[in-house]
Design a protein around this ligand. Structure first.
Ligand SMILES: Nc1ncnc2c1ncn2[C@@H]1O[C@H](COP(=O)(O)OP(=O)(O)O)[C@@H](O)[C@H]1O
Ligand SMILES: [Mg+2]
Length: 219
């Protein structure tokens, strides 16, 4: 959908500022992560080379209790990491046994990172790609800002929509915008104000048909 891509873009910006970034991968290999970034015009490989990007692939089957906290603490204390990306929390959740409570663990990890002034980016997949979606676990109350990415169908194409659903510190834009991923990276388009029901995945077009054609041309 674009979650890892978005996290890559934030990470790249931080790395260019000279900050250290730690990315913990549960769902995919380092190779795929770096190849996708390269395809979007982001050279993350060189930051792995110079040690400023700590890219760690975690095998869920071998993850012991408390290991995630230990790894993160090591990154922050030992390497002065300023951004931590967990890609994805869904992968981590699947790796935990029933006795290990994800929300409690994340509460502890986020409190620690917050105290250290570290930005944490958590990626969570929804069940289902289009239509009714359900989140496996509600983590939003722990987060200062929440972005929602969705697929929706229109004009016989699969499109992507992005919106900010929460920002703890103040007001935020309430529009739903189209976004695209291409070899030039990610671009956010105009608000999708001609549609109703974008978040259902199957929106109704409410504008003039000429506007739908314009929308097709710019897709
Ligand atoms: N270089 C590229 N050019 C165009 N689209 C791309 C490129 N790289 C990735 N994508 C698109 O981004 C999608 C993957 O996004 P990703 O960030 O991995 O999603 P998620 O992490 O939400 O599963 C792919 O399905 C593809 O459509
Ligand atoms: Mg991903």
């Amino acid at each position: 959908m674009g979650k890892s891509t978005l996290a890559c873009i934030y990470s790249h910006a931080a790395l260019l500022r000279g900050e250290r970034v730690q990315v913990l991968l549960f769902d995919e290999t380092k190779r795929i992560f770096l190849t996708r970034a390269a395809g979007l015009g982001l050279d993350l490989k060189r930051f792995v080379g110079d040690g400023s990007l700590l890219l760690e692939q975690i095998d869920p089957a071998e993850l012991s209790a408390g290991e995630l906290s230990t790894r993160i603490e090591k990154g922050v204390e030992g390497s002065n990491v300023r951004i931590v990306v967990i890609d994805s929390l869904t992968g981590y959740l699947n790796a935990l046994s029933e006795e290990q409570h994800l929300v409690l663990q994340m509460h502890e990890i986020l409190t620690y990172l917050n105290q250290k002034g570290v930005v944490t980016i958590l990626l969570l997949a929804n069940h289902g790609l289009i239509g009714n979606m359900a989140v496996p676990i509600d983590m939003t109350y722990l987060c200062d800002a929440v972005m929602l990415l969705r697929f929706f169908e229109s004009g016989g194409r699969l499109r992507r929509a992005i919106s900010v659903v929460k920002k703890r510190a103040g007001p935020h834009e309430d529009t739903i915008r189209k976004f695209r991923i291409s070899s030039e990276g990610l671009s956010v388009g105009e608000p999708l104000d001609q549609f109703r029901g974008i978040l259902t995945g199957v929106p109704q077009f409410e504008g003039k048909s000429s506007e739908l054609l314009e929308d097709k041309a710019s897709a």
